[in-house]
Design a protein around this ligand. Structure first.
Ligand SMILES: [Zn+2]
Length: 250
């Protein structure tokens, strides 16, 4: 069938499929036929994948979702309805969401539609996938796309899309969102005394000690100190003042 095609048509068709282009017409025809036999070798041309992606607003327009963000009323029913079309259950996604697999959730409103952008951790790999979802005014998911292998096209129904939808539903209903936590997200729980001391403060001189402490004077007042040596004190004081630049002592 390709034998009747012109050289330019053949080249254009091969370009579309992301195939190599050579000069000989016979080679081009053979290549096209083999691409047909092998379903394009799993490749999709950049043109085709672009047309499958949904149009989303610019990244700058998105804002982080919090309890005061205005959303269309998205419910668990809406989410289940969307996934029922693909015979998918969202219970796995709820578990993933509760295990804090969602990294970021942002949203924006554009031409009466609400767009959600979320980043979800992959469950088995050290990866994160970007999820884009378009919601209509009633909170029904219209289009969704995900970066993962299962999330191609405009009607992605992978677990990452479900996690983002469940998170949006949760923040609307409970006003809380469970995001992935880093190790410093919560205050440390160690280095805190487990017992509180309610006893009256003890004088230092009455503290239990094994050492012989009869000679030590705890009183900060010099006059009450029977061992106070006035001359020695004056000497020390003078020395401190004179050598204040070189001293590190207080
Ligand atoms: Zn996905």
């Amino acid at each position: 069938m390709y034998c009747t095609w012109k050289l330019k048509e053949l080249k254009d068709e091969l370009k579309k499929r992301g195939a190599k282009i050579t000069v000989k017409k016979a080679d081009l025809v053979e290549r096209l036929e083999s691409y047909d036999r092998n379903f394009n070798f799993g490749n999709q041309s950049p043109l085709a994948s672009q047309s499958q992606a949904i149009d989303v607003p610019a990244v700058e327009l998105y804002q982080d979702v919090n309890s005061s963000t205005i959303f269309p009323k998205i419910t668990k029913k809406h989410i289940q309805c969307y996934f029922d079309r693909f015979n998918t259950n969202i219970s796995d996604a709820v578990k993933l969401y509760e295990s804090r697999y969602l990294l970021i959730l942002r949203s924006t409103t554009f031409a009466e539609d609400t767009y959600l952008k979320g980043f979800c951790k992959a469950s088995m790999k050290q990866l994160q996938y970007e999820v884009n979802i378009k919601l209509n005014n009633d909170g029904v998911p219209e289009e969704a796309t995900c970066e993962c292998a299962a999330g191609e096209g405009k009607e992605a129904h992978c677990k990452h899309v479900a996690v983002v939808l469940v998170a949006a539903e949760n923040i609307l209903k409970e006003k809380i969102i469970l995001l992935h936590e880093v190790s410093t997200s919560q205050l440390q729980t160690f280095h805190k005394p487990t017992k509180k001391n309610y006893a009256t403060p003890l004088r230092a001189s009455r503290l239990p000690s094994k050492r012989d402490i009869h000679n030590i004077v705890y009183s900060p007042y010099l006059k009450q100190n029977p061992y106070f040596d006035k001359k020695a004190f004056q000497c020390r004081f003078q020395s401190l003042i004179l050598n204040i630049h070189t001293h590190r002592c207080p």
